[in-house]
Ligand binder design. Structure first.
Ligand code: SF4
Length: 445
């Protein structure tokens, strides 16, 4: 809605209760998402409903699980990342069959699958327990056994409502996703989802059928939905995911929910990575993987990190002193930029050298050393100021600082400004282990 569309719905009394000088100013603030509908106490119910519907997200936010490990999908507002950004990194689930010999061990394996990327820990987010046995008791026992060994939220993959009911008696309080309601079982599945207040996946035979089924479930009063178009091969899944996202953004309500897809039923890791990678990029809300093998999960976690990074926000670390190992007062001092990727490359190469050191990432607004130098953000003045103000002078007794080899040109002026002896380090941080051993440890000895 434009500001004028919104203005037509307002009381037009200019009473200022909303904090704005006029109703028109409030309308403009609402149109720019800088105000909330609730701030106008005098709006009538019809106008409020219309404005709330217009301002609600095109794709509903669905939460699975409780507490800090809760997984979220949905709330996306764009088709292309560069239009704004993608919001919720696609939760990755790992499938555990109820025919698996030791489901608890599979859960523990998934728990331990954690990767450090740019200083943050990443891994899978959900465990999907699948009823392969056809036996409600076996399924329920598998769900119980997995649930006891993990904090990951669960997906209950079973279309037998009796088995789902038993599993919900065990794990309902942990708010699992129930997968899935179909044409035959949707009434009883919706009733169970409503009773336990858990999200429910809706599985169609194709897009038309899915739209109709989602409407029927929503009409029964449940709106924590996740969509599955029923497509099996990559090409059809990709086409369906794209259509669902396009229609959702046009406010086609039956598709206004996140989706779920299953990657590669085979255990071929390469195929699983390719399929899941396509689905993360194009537009799956949740991706279920066939296994928790590191060679499958690591590339997907890296891809997800790239796609869901906000392109408008530089990835930066705080500009302060970082200690690698337990550096003493004679440890080397290195400066670099505060671009996350640069900092973590330098930090990992210093770690590899086994020479305890101090790293000072200069605030370059999150750009790399060379970009920062070219943009006037990695300058002798800023480095000298950091050497003086960071507190490093109290931590070391020497006055020798190592700068990146790519900006050797800064050394003269930096030495004059700071009074520190400037040592030009390697051009690439991968040269740091050999450099530190040669120039610091050997010289000291
Ligand atoms: Fe207008 Fe409502 Fe704001 Fe009053 S509170 S000025 S009626 S928008």
């Amino acid at each position: 809605m434009t500001g004028l569309d919104i203005f037509k719905l307002l009381p037009k009394t200019n009473c200022k209760k909303c904090g704005q000088a006029t109703c028109l100013a409030f309308a403009m603030a609402l149109a720019n998402a800088k105000a909330d509908v609730a701030q106008c106490p005098d709006m009538n119910d019809t106008a409020r409903d219309a404005l709330e519907a217009a301002s609600s997200p095109q794709i509903a936010l669905v939460k699975i699980g409780v507490g800090p490990d809760e997984a979220q999908a949905g709330n996306e507002t764009v088709l292309f990342r560069h239009d704004k950004c993608f919001v919720n990194p696609t939760p990755l689930a790992v499938l555990i069959s109820d025919r698996c010999e030791n489901p608890a061990a599979e859960a523990l394996k998934a728990n331990n699958l954690v990767f450090d990327r740019l200083g943050q820990m990443h891994g899978i987010n959900l465990l999907a327990v699948q009823n392969h046995s056809g036996d409600p008791v076996t399924f329920c026992e598998t769900v119980r056994s997995v649930s006891e060994k993990t904090n990951f939220p669960l997906i209950l993959v079973c279309e037998d409502s009796l088995a789902i009911e038993k599993a919900l008696e065990v794990t309902g309080a942990k708010k699992p996703l129930v997968y899935a309601a179909n044409e035959e079982n949707y009434k009883v599945m919706t009733e169970l989802a409503r009773k336990y207040n858990v999200p429910l996946a809706v599985k169609g035979r194709d897009l038309d059928h899915l739209a109709g089924l989602a409407e029927k479930v929503a009409a029964l009063g449940h709106r924590q939905l996740v969509l599955d178009s029923g497509a099996q091969n990559v090409r059809q899944v990709l086409a369906d995911q794209t259509q669902i996202r396009r229609q959702a953004l046009r406010r086609f309500r039956p598709f206004g929910y996140p989706t779920i897809v299953f990657a590669a039923n085979s255990r071929d890791p390469l195929q699983a990575v390719i399929e899941a990678g396509v689905y993360i990029a194009k537009y799956a809300g949740i991706v279920v993987l066939p296994s928790a093998d590191p060679e499958v999960v690591l590339p997907l976690v890296t891809l997800r990190l790239n796609i869901f990074t906000d392109p408008q926000k530089p990835a930066a670390v705080d500009s302060r002193i970082y200690e690698i190992g337990s550096p003493g007062n004679s440890a080397p001092v290195l400066v670099t930029s505060n671009f996350s990727l640069t900092y973590f490359c330098v930090a990992s190469d210093v770690e590899a050298s086994r020479v305890p050191a101090y790293i000072l990432p200069v605030d370059t607004d999150g750009v790399s050393v060379l970009t920062g130098w070219a943009a006037g953000k990695f300058t002798p003045e800023k480095i000298a100021a950091m050497l003086k103000e960071s507190g490093i002078e109290d931590k070391v007794t020497h006055r020798r600082v190592i700068i990146p080899g790519g900006v050797a040109v800064l050394s003269g002026k930096l030495q004059d400004l700071s009074g520190w002896e400037v040592i030009v380090g390697p051009v690439e941080s991968s040269g740091l282990p050999a450099f530190l051993k040669r120039r610091w440890v050997a010289e000291k000895a």
